[in-house]
Design a protein around this ligand. Structure first.
Ligand SMILES: Cc1cc2nc3c(=O)[nH]c(=O)nc-3n(C[C@H](O)[C@H](O)[C@H](O)COP(=O)(O)OP(=O)(O)OC[C@H]3O[C@@H](n4cnc5c(N)ncnc54)[C@H](O)[C@@H]3O)c2cc1C
Length: 285
């Protein structure tokens, strides 16, 4: 997604952005292109932590800094100060004051589910559904950002916040409402984001919480702007992170979705011509 400059940017020279997720980074890019100095305040020590690992976060941080965007980790907003009815500076958790004429808050979205609290529809962060998009109440379905869907690979209820996921879930809910043979949703989120023209793609679970349980295959060529990481759970891929090239993203998504046993192909997966190698090996077997 590419955001358009705000009309109200006026004569602003400095902007503070709370949150170094994808929206915050998009805003920083727009401000930088308009010649503003942007300051990102990010809780924790990694940009877009659901998507980037530390390696990629540091790479993107260096690209942002080249474009007059300051990235401040482990620093949060404490107070907003104003002058003449407009924001003039912020105070941070490190006691710093940053002058700004624009303040952006980009700290994520929360499903609006309060109206369901007194009902029998079970909720957690979102509306809980099984893999058929059915809620705890018969004939009531949920899909899209509001749904927290059971994922049988992870044995967890997960939210998926992208257009593609919302569309797929909506189609499955619609299909299941009118058909006896139900389709199930196995969400493998795939997001490609361009940051200063650099494509960064995350698929599935690129940063699982307990790293010691997984094997990571990494081809790090960030000096050339390229990075490919695959996360393996035993013999199956569960996540991927790509910088610079996104051609393999759909293939990786399918390997995750189909739960393909990749024994014997692990190292090949990092090769440029993986699909050709795969066909050649399959031809020999
Ligand atoms: C700023 C921004 C940028 C984004 N960029 C991207 C992107 O580049 N790529 C991408 O894949 N995804 C992006 N997303 C996420 C994407 O927009 C959502 O995942 C997608 O729109 C979800 O679709 P949905 O139909 O579930 O919810 P929505 O599109 O949010 O639609 C829900 C609608 O329901 C209405 N509503 C809420 N509560 C009620 C109620 N009680 N009664 C009646 N109506 C109600 C809301 O007002 C809204 O119109 C972005 C999100 C944001 C906020």
């Amino acid at each position: 997604m590419m955001l358009k400059p705000l009309k109200s940017m006026g004569k602003a020279e400095e902007a503070v952005i709370i949150g170094g997720g994808l929206l915050g980074l998009n805003m920083a890019e727009v401000f930088s292109e308009k010649g503003l100095k942007a300051h990102i305040l990010q809780r924790g020590s990694r940009l877009s932590p659901q998507m980037f690992d530390f390696e990629v976060s540091n790479f993107i941080k260096s690209k942002l800094e080249e474009k007059n965007v300051e990235v401040n980790f482990n620093e949060e907003l404490i107070e907003i100060k104003g002058k003449n009815g407009a924001v003039s500076e912020v105070e941070t958790s490190k006691g710093r004051r940053i002058s700004c004429q624009l303040l952006i808050v980009a700290i994520g979205v929360t499903p609006a589910i309060k109206f369901l609290k007194e009902t029998e529809v079970k909720t957690d962060k979102g509306v809980l559904t099984n893999e058929y998009m059915e809620t705890s109440v018969q004939s009531v379905y949920a899909a899209g950002d509001v749904a927290q869907v059971y994922n049988s690979i992870k044995n967890q209820y997960l939210t998926y916040t992208s257009w593609a996921s919302a569309l797929e879930q909506g189609e499955i809910a619609g299909f299941n409402i009118v058909n006896q043979n139900k389709k199930s949703y196995l969400g493998v989120p795939l997001n490609t984001e361009f940051i200063f023209g650099i494509p960064v793609t995350s698929i599935g679970s690129p940063n699982p919480p307990d790293e010691s349980k997984y094997k990571f295959l990494i081809k790090n060529e960030l000096d050339k702007g390229l990075y490919l990481k695959l996360v393996l759970d035993n013999k199956k891929i569960i996540g991927g992170l790509l910088v610079g090239k996104a051609e393999k993203a759909d293939l990786i998504k399918e390997l995750i979705k189909q739960q393909v046993n990749i024994t014997g192909y692990e190292e090949d997966l990092l090769e440029e011509k993986f699909e050709e190698i795969l066909k050649e090996k399959e031809g020999r077997n």
